[in-house]
Design a protein around this ligand. Structure first.
Ligand code: AKG
Ligand code: FE2
Length: 353
């Protein structure tokens, strides 16, 4: 189905446009394990996007985080700006609508970026730059409940995404613990709390422009509005309607590279809500530890023969060293934060060019 705007609500009996994977089957006694792994493999290889049910995250936690998000974005702007990301050397905190660009056009959303809640380590000359990404989040004093809710959400999203990654490792013919060493409690996870305001004019519909996600896996909780679209191989767009109690999962570029293109990082975008409608979503990105090095995964020959290879973007090449990739990505996407807190690093990089 080709669409240019927002889809009408799906009838209750509509077949979801993406595969649905019940992740509880991975551990359930009596599951046809090979059948389960084959379904997951085909979803991740052919589409790169799928719904995940059976994840065990309480609906009440999801509802509480989404309603706290609505309260945050309803605060007066000066209260939201108290946690502006410009205050944070670790790029954490609030960014206003219209400051983010995808493929040269402004996205129409505001958000809070949240990472692992840790103290900033003491660093000195010779230390890798990525250590400066480690540090605390910013939390709004006007909404004291947000910290605990979001950190619980982050922990649950990490748990579920590690489980999906283990199932993917098994589906790719590896030991299920294949990725575990890079995805321990210091994994570089990133939660966003996002508000898509209604479009400003009828045809200004770029909530977020078409892109692939970076990292290994992304997990998305959307509210009931809809607007996420995934690109098909023929270039058309599929509406990813909200499915109750399901997360949307997709493959990130790092996992595409690690599997030489066997798994697919699929382009997607968000269409802005219509006048009067607001959309809220909670994307979660799973990255490995900052000291991880991405090595090619040894695919079984029958899968390797179906690998598509990787087309790296020459303007934005991905490196094997994850921490350095993360630094480059943050410096590029938030130049004002970079100038304020990373000017020594920028100068050193400039001198080396
Ligand atoms: O909000 C959404 O539905 C998806 C957002 C997204 O694709 C992203 O932030 O990378
Ligand atoms: Fe995305």
């Amino acid at each position: 189905m080709e669409t240019t705007g927002q889809a009408p609500p799906a009838p209750a009996c509509a077949r979801p446009a993406l595969p649905v994977i019940d992740i509880s089957r991975f551990r359930a006694p009596g599951t046809d394990r090979e059948g389960f792994l084959a379904e997951l493999r085909s979803a991740a290889h052919e589409v790169g996007f799928f719904y995940v049910t059976g994840h065990g995250v309480p609906a009440s936690l999801r509802d509480d985080v989404l309603s706290a998000a609505r309260r945050f974005f309803a605060l007066p702007e000066e209260r939201r700006l108290e946690i502006e990301n410009l205050n944070s050397p670790q790029f954490r905190g609030y960014t206003r609508t219209g400051t983010e660009y995808t493929a040269g056009s402004a996205d129409w959303r505001e958000q809070i970026d949240i990472g692992p809640e840790r103290a900033a380590p003491a660093t000195g000359p010779g230390d890798p730059d990525y250590l400066r990404l480690i540090g605390p989040n910013q939390w709004p004093t006007a909404l004291p409940e947000l910290r605990d809710l979001v950190l619980r959400w982050q922990a649950e999203a990490l748990r579920v995404s590690r489980e999906v990654l283990r199932a993917l490792a098994a589906a790719l013919g590896q030991d299920e613990g294949y990725f575990d060493q890079w995805f321990d409690d210091e994994a570089a996870v990133h939660v966003k709390i996002v508000h898509y305001p209604p479009r400003a004019t009828e045809d200004a519909d770029q909530g977020v422009g078409a892109h692939k996600d970076y990292g290994y896996l992304a997990l998305l909780q959307q509210d009931e509005v809809g607007g996420l679209q995934v690109q098909r191989e023929d270039g058309g767009w599929i509406d990813v309607l909200p499915l109750p109690d399901a997360f949307v999962f997709n493959i990130g570029e790092m996992l595409e590279i690690a599997t030489q293109g066997y798994l697919r990082a699929t382009r997607h975008r968000v269409i802005s809500p219509r006048a009067g409608v607001h959309r809220y979503s909670l994307p979660f990105f799973l990255g490995p530890r900052l000291d991880a090095v991405v090595e090619p995964l040894p695919l079984p020959p029958e899968l390797a023969s179906l690998s598509r290879g990787v087309t790296d973007d020459p303007d934005n090449p991905l490196l094997a060293a994850f921490g350095e990739n993360a630094v480059v990505g943050w410096l590029r996407s938030h130049p004002r934060v970079a100038e304020r807190w990373w000017s020594d690093v920028l100068a050193e990089r400039e001198a080396r060019r």
